[in-house]
Design a protein around this ligand. Structure first.
Ligand SMILES: [Zn+2]
Ligand SMILES: [Zn+2]
Length: 343
């Protein structure tokens, strides 16, 4: 089969790879129909955070092509969302709903598709076939009434935007939301879309990029251009998303979070950063940073799409034919989706 492969920094190419074998009763083989490029993928592709070569792609909607004998409730031909993290559904962490921390599949960068050995050696979604273990637990059935390009964006980046606001707005309806920065190009905008969909009070989006600012405004945010150094703080909000990836931006986001507010960092910080802990202590701020737990949140975001409340394609999405993925993978753009027709 063919897999889009990260070879070395700056080099993405189609390569032949052996087809995965359905050897476990709990597993399934799926054929990816559409794959969304994660905000991290072009950074990995250009700079090689994880060593190659390995097959890429970890956000996908796919068709089931084969099922192990223990998998119930799914059928060959079903359309399914594939969570990007690999989890078993049965270990202590999974039983408590912390699928991103599955103890059955440890990996240096967290068990996931599309990151090679660092992600535990699982396949990449930009392949003709993908082996999904524990398929009955992992796979989330998806409706064909929603465009495949929209569905493909869900398993990582839309879920990532959603988790910054979803349960906080359920607990405190009408809270104000503030997004600081645009480092993860699509995640901050999906956070805006989710916040608007879930009835946030005000939604402010602060960035230096005119295109992303225009999108945020169209989605319903108050878009505020900010260039250069981050100030000590912006007007506070109860729910804040830090998307700068800088120590200064993180400190600004902390100081912009209201008393007993929730601050989620979605930008990846590759170096240590100091936190104004006294401010956090005094105001009782909850700070969270992690990969988004794909399997945990997928049903919640899918329900928003099915209800017509959230449209990921409102964030500009460049849909490219599957065969052109090697040319397109490192191109600039807020969101790229590779797509092909059903078999
Ligand atoms: Zn990702
Ligand atoms: Zn597990």
């Amino acid at each position: 089969m063919r897999s889009l492969t990260y070879v070395e920094p700056g080099v993405i190419a189609w390569q032949d790879a052996p087809e995965p074998v359905l050897a476990q009763e709990h597993a399934a083989l799926v054929r990816p129909l559409a794959v969304a490029r994660c905000d991290l993928d072009p950074i990995q592709g250009a700079f090689g955070i994880f060593p190659g070569p390995f097959p890429v792609g970890h956000e996908t909607v796919a068709e089931v092509t084969a099922l192990g004998s223990d998998v119930a409730g799914l059928h060959v031909g079903d359309l399914v969302l594939v969570p990007f993290q690999v989890s078993c559904g049965g270990c202590g962490a999974c039983r408590e709903g912390r699928f991103g921390g599955c103890q059955t599949y440890p990996a240096r960068a967290g068990a996931a598709f599309g990151f090679g050995a660092a992600g535990g050696g699982h396949g990449g979604a930009m392949s003709d076939l993908l082996l999904v273990p524990h398929a009955q637990h992992m796979l989330v059935p998806a409706p064909r009434s929603i465009p495949a390009a929209a569905l493909a964006t869900l398993p990582d980046n839309v879920v990532d935007g959603y988790r910054t606001v979803g349960r906080h707005l359920a607990e405190r309806p009408g809270s104000d939301v503030l997004v600081v920065g645009g480092a993860a190009a699509s995640i901050g905008l999906y956070a805006v879309a989710c916040a608007v969909a879930l009835g946030a009070g005000s939604v402010r989006y602060i960035d230096s990029d005119d295109e992303r600012l225009a999108v945020a405004a169209r989605l319903g945010a108050q878009a505020i251009r900010h260039d250069g150094d981050w100030p000590p703080s912006f007007d506070r909000a109860g729910i804040v998303i830090e998307n700068t990836g800088t120590a200064q931006g993180l400190e600004c986001a902390v100081r912009s979070t209201d008393a007993y507010g929730y601050l989620t960092s979605v930008a990846i910080h590759f170096t240590p950063a100091a936190l104004p802990l006294l401010q956090m202590y005094t105001r009782g701020i909850t700070f969270h940073t992690s990969r988004a737990d794909s399997r945990a949140y997928l049903p919640e975001v899918l329900a928003l799409l099915e209800a017509g409340r959230l449209d990921p394609l409102a964030v500009p999405t460049h849909v490219v034919d599957w065969d052109g993925a090697d040319e397109a993978w490192l191109e600039p753009g807020i969101k790229l989706v590779l797509s092909r027709p059903p078999a």
